[in-house]
Design a protein around this ligand. Structure first.
Ligand code: SF4
Length: 337
């Protein structure tokens, strides 16, 4: 007896109708008649299995004779994946310090570690990087130096860079992608040169237009950080560097996100835009998920028109759905190689 699959989901965006199969992870834009067949189906419905529309829906698993259990398919995918992949962690995000020279209003570091702010000590850092290298014998690795403000521990970034370069030269690892995510205020010519010479990517946090950024991103004395950060970006540009921005959506700036992105591309020469997940609060995000999705869609269109790389909270979802794959790796690394 044929029935509607438990994995069949119907939804519409504007006038367009879609069917999504949670088992195969395939999504189809369909005509109204096919959509209705699935959406309105119940135990009293009769299907003409000779019709082309119904045949297609059976082929794609929206109608089934026997339900293939989601867990079965998921297990099969993971088994295939574990045969194909070695089990290793090749991406490291390392917080060098909880200290910072800024006091952003939405900062969870400030909230969590208000009284006790720790920093990574040199011996600990060296032993972590040694373990990371050993664990990834002959692999490609990626590391993100993070904080607090990681440029307060520039000495550790230099040590990490030297260790990774030596490991490549000694054939212990194949390659190392390195990135620093910074508030940008401590950048100077020496740091820009060092990053440039050592191929270390630098991503700078800025929330867009001055009046928007300075609502949340402030120094300890309460003054806005926009002017300082933008002057550092201009310095990077004048030294032929790339400027990659990280924006943090919050209830204070989300409405302006697409406008801010357009501004950063047109006026600040952004070469790449990244969107953080909204900062965690005790009772969840302070932004509405559907509103965030809407602003992200508008921003995708702007970045596509301007040919600017754009990484955002839905990047993985879109990448994986387009390939009908599960997320098997970290939220940052989509594939093992
Ligand atoms: S720059 Fe980052 S670590 Fe520093 S206060 Fe702002 S959000 Fe927190």
């Amino acid at each position: 007896m044929i029935k509607k699959s438990e994995n069949a989901f119907c939804f519409s965006i504007g006038n367009k109708k879609y069917l999504f199969n949670a088992n195969t992870l395939k999504m189809f834009e369909v005509e109204e008649d096919q959509y209705k067949l699935v959406e309105a189906f119940d135990e009293h419905s009769e299907l003409n299995q000779n019709s082309q529309a119904v045949k297609e829906l059976i082929d794609e698993g929206f109608f089934v004779f026997k339900e293939l259990k989601y867990m079965d398919l998921k297990k099969k995918r993971y088994e295939m994946a574990s045969k194909a992949d070695k089990n290793y962690i090749s991406y490291l995000r390392i917080s060098l310090t909880e200290g910072c020279n800024m006091r952003c209003k939405y900062c969870f570091v400030a909230e969590e570690f208000e009284k006790k702010k720790h920093s990574m000590d040199e011996d600990k850092f060296i032993s972590i990087i040694e373990d990371f290298i050993t664990h990834n014998y002959k692999n490609n690795v990626s590391i993100q130096y993070f904080g607090g403000e990681p440029l307060l521990k520039m000495n550790l970034i230099k040590i990490g860079n030297e260790m990774l370069k030596s490991a490549i030269a000694d054939g212990k690892i194949k390659s190392a992608n390195q990135e620093v995510v910074t508030n940008g205020t401590l950048i100077n010519e020496d740091i820009i040169n060092y990053f440039h010479e050592n191929d270390i990517k630098c991503t700078i946090s800025l929330d867009g237009l001055k009046e928007i950024n300075d609502r949340n991103r402030i120094f300890a004395d309460g003054s806005g950080t926009y002017d300082t950060v933008v002057s550092k970006c201009q310095l990077i540009k004048s030294m032929n560097g790339r400027v990659s921005f990280l924006m943090t959506p919050s209830k204070d700036n989300l409405d302006y996100l697409p406008r801010s992105i357009q501004y950063m591309i047109d006026e600040l020469g952004a070469d790449e835009i990244n969107i953080n997940a909204p900062q965690p609060r005790v009772d969840g995000w302070d932004v509405d998920g559907a509103f965030l999705a809407d602003k992200i869609i508008q921003s995708i269109e702007i970045c596509q028109d301007c040919n600017i790389p754009f990484n955002h909270p839905a990047s993985n979802l879109i990448f994986l759905l387009q390939r009908h794959e599960l997320q098997r790796y970290s939220c940052i690394v989509l594939a093992s190689k």
